[in-house]
Design a protein around this ligand. Sequence first.
Ligand code: TZP
Ligand code: MG
Length: 204
Amino acid sequence: MRSPFLFSGIYAIVEPQRRDPLAFAHALFEGGVRVVQVRAKNGLDPLLVRSLVRLARGYKGIVIVNDDLDVALEADGVHLGQEDAAALDLVAIRTRLGRRTIGLSCGTPAQARAVDTRIVDYLGVGPLFATRSKSDAGGAIGVSGAHAVIAATTLPCVAIGGIDRSNLVRARESGARMAAMISALADVAEPRAIASELTDLWGA
Ligand code: TZP
Ligand code: MG
């Protein structure tokens, strides 16, 4: 489902091993975030995802699941990496997920051009800046690199990788519709306040 309303603002990635996911997501929704991705390296609890979706509904928000297609059936969509997509049949995934959102990571214009825009709803573009949250993220492509990827697609794009308060406005110059973050939201005492500040800074 491609909702222009949802695809603007801050896209929060919640890792249950970092913070209590429900309390954290609650703070983020209170701070104005409307898209939350749950990402867990050791498997996702479908009951947790169901609870997050129930929480999100109170804010007209959505919950996207990283990688796990079974758990994505409990949620509003799935986010896949290039490696995942290469090993999977995206047409079959679209059939299985129905109208749920499908996101795909792209780090080059060629990858973006190769995406079937009838199947994929948005692209994750990056890493913009150096990140410590994903060991295999690859080298930073910078704002101009991200701009080149975004210019190669008609899909809405979410910038990711090392984005925080200090570089958010620069990240916006890439042309991305949303900015995704892990550490800038998770590693702070007041996630609600930071989410609100970043949401305002990013603008519509
Ligand atoms: N994909 C590309 S970079 C990244 C992911 C999941 C990590 C982003 O985390 P942070 O802490 O916002 O740099
Ligand atoms: Mg993946």
